[in-house]
Design a protein around this ligand. Structure first.
Ligand code: EPU
Length: 421
């Protein structure tokens, strides 16, 4: 197992190319199940979750080829010959549940290990199942597996989600494109990753309109051709790097992404005192004055993303005054707090609110990464802590940030990957 060693205190300067978005790439790779032709997907980030996704597709019999040098994946839909996502894979990546919609749509049968809870919350899949039932599927849940059947094929339906769940919107959108007749999804998630999935599906011949709004219309088709798509940039990676520039009192430009993907995070960076410059396909954040405290509430898009909450908490430790951070999406997403406190942060938790008093003089220590975004938050704190910070269990980080230590090193950070004992 690896760990990161960071020597804090160096301001970061320069520009960094943003990778393809993990949370767009995963559903889009699973969407290749919908076609019996060879899909080509570009701008794939090099991440552990991508490898897990390829293993799930392999388990379904699909032939995959990852051309590492240009980060392209080819997936042959013709070789699909199984319908089970096994426990060992779902256990390491909950997003494997996204095979359910595509498999039921194409094969009329699916068997997926029931994803358990995870470090950030219980994360049930009831919205996914209820919507597929409305489309004519039925389920048996036994021995930790979801067995789904749609012997008559899926039928288009009008579905209103109880909450704009990202995963449920993706799963059901993928099911609807091959279902018979028209579907309407209401209270759908509006995240840029949904828009990217719809674009990828459209490259296959799917008929979709309204993605990026709460109401999506789909006109089912009887078959889909190969997908040809390049994954959209990762707004969470971009915002994490902008935070890194600000927290270290430097200046970082993120390249290959438009500010429209991340308006709420940018507004909060401005509130904390960052000087932001927006270009056509790049954004710069520059430290220009002492950081100000802020209030943030995580919300579905276009609100502030829960996936940036932990990183902004690191920023709040360096802001003068009291910041208030409310987490409304996941019930247990403050696991980074005790670790930040080990580095010297002053944070109090009251229910789903964290009150952060700053600026705190952080000092390096050994800390434990508990989930992906918590790891990023600890890196940010380590970059400003005095002395040496060791972050253990960074396999979480490798799931979602492509070569983060390399990218940070190029910006001037003293960050090293080492073998953990
Ligand atoms: N929910 C239900 N029932 C469902 C589905 C969701 O109650 O059937 C609840 C969840 O428990 C949660 C809320 O609805 O409280 C929102 O969950 P959502 O379904 O939107 O999350 P997800 O699809 O499981 C994706 C991202 C997460 C990101 C969330 C929210 C992927 C692969 N994962 O998860 O990303 O935090 O949306 O934006 O796209 C990460 O990248 O670190 C990460 C956790």
């Amino acid at each position: 197992m690896d760990r990161l060693r960071i020597i804090g205190g160096t301001p970061l300067f320069g520009s960094v190319e943003i990778s393809g978005a993990k949370n767009a790439a995963l559903p889009i790779l699973f969407a290749s199940i919908l076609s019996n032709q060879k899909s080509v997907i570009q701008n794939i980030p090099l991440l552990a979750d991508i490898n897990t996704t390829l293993k799930v597709l392999d388990a379904l019999g699909m032939k995959t080829l990852f051309k590492l040098e240009n980060q392209v994946i080819e997936i042959d839909g013709a070789s699909l010959n199984a319908h089970e996502a096994p426990y060992e894979l779902v256990r390491t990546m909950r997003a494997s549940i996204l095979v359910l919609g595509p498999l039921l749509a194409r094969k009329r049968i699916a068997r997926v290990s029931l994803p358990g809870g995870c470090a950030i919350g219980a994360r049930p899949v009831n919205f996914h199942l209820a919507a597929l039932e409305k489309m004519g599927a039925h389920f048996k849940i036994e021995s930790g597996y979801i067995d789904g059947f749609a012997p008559q094929g899926l039928k288009g339906a009008e579905i209103e989600f109880p909450f704009p769940s990202v995963g449920a919107t993706e799963n059901i959108l993928m099911a609807c494109v091959l279902a018979e007749g028209k579907s309407i999804l209401r209270n759908a998630a509006c995240e840029p990753e949904i828009v990217d999935l719809a674009k990828a599906l459209r490259s296959m011949g799917a008929k979709i309109s309204g993605e990026g709004t709460p109401t999506i219309h789909i006109d089912g088709v009887s078959s889909l051709q190969a997908m040809n798509h390049a994954i959209a940039p990762d707004r969470i990676e971009a915002a994490t790097f902008l935070c890194a520039g600000l927290i270290t009192r430097g200046k970082i430009t993120v390249r290959g992404i438009s500010a429209d993907f991340m308006r709420s995070a940018i507004d909060h960076l401005k509130k904390s005192g960052a000087l932001i410059t927006e270009g056509k396909n790049e954004i710069t954040a520059e430290y220009s004055q002492e950081l100000a405290p802020f209030h943030l509430v995580t919300e579905p898009f276009p609100g502030f993303p829960t996936d940036m909450q932990a990183q902004f908490m690191a920023l709040a430790t360096q802001s003068r005054g009291k910041s208030k951070i409310s987490e409304t999406i996941f019930e247990n997403r403050f696991m980074h707090v005790p670790e930040l406190i080990r580095l010297g942060a002053k944070i109090e938790i009251k229910g789903n609110e964290a009150l952060v008093s700053g600026p705190a003089a952080l000092s390096g220590a050994t800390v434990m990464a508990t989930d992906l975004r918590a790891s990023a938050s600890l890196i940010l704190a380590g970059l400003v802590a005095e002395g040496e910070t060791i972050i253990r269990r960074i396999y979480h980080l490798d799931r979602g940030y492509e070569q983060i230590e390399l990218k940070l090193s190029k910006l001037g950070a003293q960050i090293f990957r080492e073998k953990d004992k």
